[in-house]
Write a protein that binds this ligand. Sequence first.
Ligand code: SF4
Length: 227
Amino acid sequence: MSRRPAERIAVTRARRRSFQRRLLAWYRRHHRDLPWRRTRNPYHILVSEVMLQQTQVPRVIPKYREWLRRYPSIEALARAGAREVREAWYPLGYNARPIRLRAIAREALRRYRGRLPRTRGELLALPGIGPYTAGAMLSFAFRQDAPILDTNVRRVLRRVFAGDRARPSERALWALAADVLPRGQAYDFNQGLMDLGATVCTSRRPRCGRCPVATACASFPLAEAAP
Ligand code: SF4
C-alpha cells in the first residue's frame, strides 16, 4: 500500500531560526561568485535563470556573458529572429529555451513597455514561466520575500526538516519554503539554499561532516564527510 505524501511539515520556531542563522552566515562567507549575482537587472537575472534550468553553472557562465553582449536588453532580444536566437543559444541545447526567452521579451515589450512585471500572477502569465522562475525573479530581481523550490532546494529542505526518507508533497515543500524564509533576507537565503544543495548537500554524496546546518538537520549524519 502506498503512503500518501505529507501535506504539512511542522517546524519549531527555534529550529527555523537556527537554520536561517546558520545558512545566512555560511552563504555570506562562502557564496559562489557568479556574474548574475553582481547585477540587479531583472532581464539579466531572467536570462541566467532560463539558462540554468537544464545546464550546469560552468557551462552557463560564458554563454550568459556572450548572450548579453549580443542581446543587452529585452528590446534587442524581442527584435531578433527565432532562428538567430536558436543559433546564439548553441551549444547549450534544449532549443525551446531561447524561443521561450524571446517570447517573454516580446510579451514584456508589448504589455509592459519592455519591463518585466513584479507580481507573481503577472510573471506566471508570461510564456514558459513556472512557479520556480516566478519565485526566483521575485526574490533575486525584485528582492521580495518569495520562496523558491528547485531540485537542490527541494532536497535540502526535505532532508533538513522532514528527513531523507520522507516524501512530502510538492505543496508541503512550497509551504515549508515559505515558512522558513526570513523576512527581508530572501535573496541571500534562497541563494544560500541553492549553493548548499549544489556544493554540500548534494544528491549522491552529501558532506554532512562539513555542513553548516548540520545541527538543525533531521537527517544528520546522512553520510560520512567527503575526504
Ligand atoms: S547535515 Fe547532511 S543531509 Fe543535512 S543538510 Fe547538511 S549535508 Fe544535507
